[in-house]
Design a protein around this ligand. Structure first.
Ligand SMILES: [Zn+2]
Length: 145
């Protein structure tokens, strides 16, 4: 039985188009056009809007660093253990068109010292962990554009 060698860690948060470019999937309110990520199809996040219908839409692949940090300790379970633990950066990126701020890991090899607020970032994916069946579980991630 052939198994897929790579699967998203969480289904439905991103997709890859025919050209191989990855984009996040967000919810967009059908009444007030407010965006939300992670995606959902109901409950508009705008407190002034009573809509309960959100469309799933592709989000901008680029944005600017709004804030960032570096994680130097292994996060608690259920975060998958890596041995040895390698510090990693996390960036909050403000999407170019939506103004939505999306938190994500930064690709391996880029740490906080390499980042600056306002820096242009681009969406990609990275392996988060390998599961018990040997499938690489991927997540969205940011890299310097
Ligand atoms: Zn709304």
């Amino acid at each position: 039985m052939p198994a897929a060698s790579s699967q998203p860690a969480i289904d439905g948060w991103f997709a890859t188009d025919d050209a191989g470019a990855t984009h996040l999937i967000g919810g967009k309110c059908t009444q007030c056009a407010t965006f939300v990520f992670p995606p959902r199809e109901n409950n508009c996040p705008n407190p002034a809007c009573a809509s309960d219908t959100l469309d799933l839409v592709p989000l901008s692949r680029r944005g600017k660093v709004w804030s960032y940090t570096e994680n130097r300790y292994l996060p608690p379970s259920p975060y998958p253990k890596t041995d040895p633990f390698e510090p990693f950066a996390i960036a909050a990126v403000e999407l170019a068109d939506e103004g939505l701020i999306v938190l994500g890991k930064v690709v391996e090899g880029t740490l906080a010292a390499d980042l600056k607020v306002g820096m242009e970032m681009e969406l990609t994916t990275m392996t988060l962990y390998t599961d018990d069946e040997g499938v690489e579980r991927t997540t969205h991630a940011w890299r310097i554009a």
